[in-house]
Design a protein around this ligand. Structure first.
Ligand code: URA
Length: 270
């Protein structure tokens, strides 16, 4: 049986303070275990023993962390990869608490990926009933017609059911390809690629530029930042809902004069 962890390790792993600071606190006589003043080198069972700092008990629950990562291409969003490929977790400097990605992005896709250890928030952001918007920049091979795109925005039948209505905006046309922006309100596995495959236009490039209102900002591929408390609060209050008075996607694209494929059914202007 492995020995119990040292107090300073417990305090740092629970996000109370750094190990060095924890040692200082112990030396200063401010830490007690099971009612007795702790000494440097003391060990404790973090889930059984009462550990107090300045008389206040610490709880054995790790802090909730929320990270916004610009996932680079060539990384997997699973926690372990049987093929030994690099995972998004490998990109993080913090190893504990264990974080997990909210939803998936394909190996060859890049862009916004949230990571957290907050199961409640992850559920809120992933479950289709919350209709959290995710915006993709998509390059397709070939030139789908306006009618085909309109039909796609109304929903197509895939092997796991009909897709929910989505918004599609034309961005740019090259000789052989079309660039579009798509706003989806559900996140099925490989959904964008499967939708375009279904109508005969394979996806060549895919980037998620926004998820639940979070954009990449200045983050380069592979870089990440912690969400601010206010941003976390925003998710808790209403995942993906836009701020009151803010412009919706529809209004923004309308202003830019791009062709808009507005589905008849849900969603209305998000
Ligand atoms: N749709 C896809 O096809 N792939 C992704 O990674 C995300 C959405």
């Amino acid at each position: 049986m492995s020995p119990l962890p040292k107090l300073q390790k417990i305090l740092s792993e629970f996000g109370v303070t750094s190990r060095r600071k924890a040692e200082e606190l112990i030396r200063e006589g401010r830490v007690a275990v099971k009612g007795r003043l702790a000494q440097i080198g003391d060990r404790a069972d973090p889930f059984q023993d009462s550990i107090k700092i300045d008389g206040r008990r610490i709880t054995p629950f790790p802090p909730k962390l929320y990270i916004l990562l610009n996932k680079p291409r060539g990384t997997v969003t699973t926690l372990d990869d049987p093929e030994g490929r690099k995972t998004v977790i490998d990109l993080l400097r913090i190893k504990k608490p264990r974080l997990f990605p909210v939803g998936r992005l394909d190996y060859d896709a890049e862009g916004v990926l949230l990571l957290t250890n907050d199961g409640e928030i992850a559920h809120r952001l992933s479950h289709p009933s919350f209709r959290v918007p995710r915006t993709y920049l998509v390059k397709v091979s070939g030139k789908p017609t306006p009618e085909e795109i309109r039909r796609l925005s109304h929903g197509v039948f895939l092997e796991d059911g009909r897709t929910a209505p989505c918004h599609i905006f034309n961005l740019k046309e090259t000789r052989e390809n079309l660039w579009l922006q798509m706003v989806l309100y559900e996140g099925r596995n490989r959904q964008v690629k499967r939708m375009w495959e279904k109508i005969g236009y394979p996806v060549l490039k895919l980037k998620r530029v926004e998820f639940a209102g979070f954009k990449l900002g200045r983050l380069k591929p592979g870089e990440y930042r912690f969400l601010q408390p206010g941003e976390v609060q925003r998710i808790k209050e209403g995942a993906g809902e836009r701020k009151k008075g803010g412009k919706g996607i529809y209004e923004i694209f309308q202003k830019r004069g791009s062709r808009i494929y507005q589905p008849h059914g849900r969603p209305e202007n998000p």
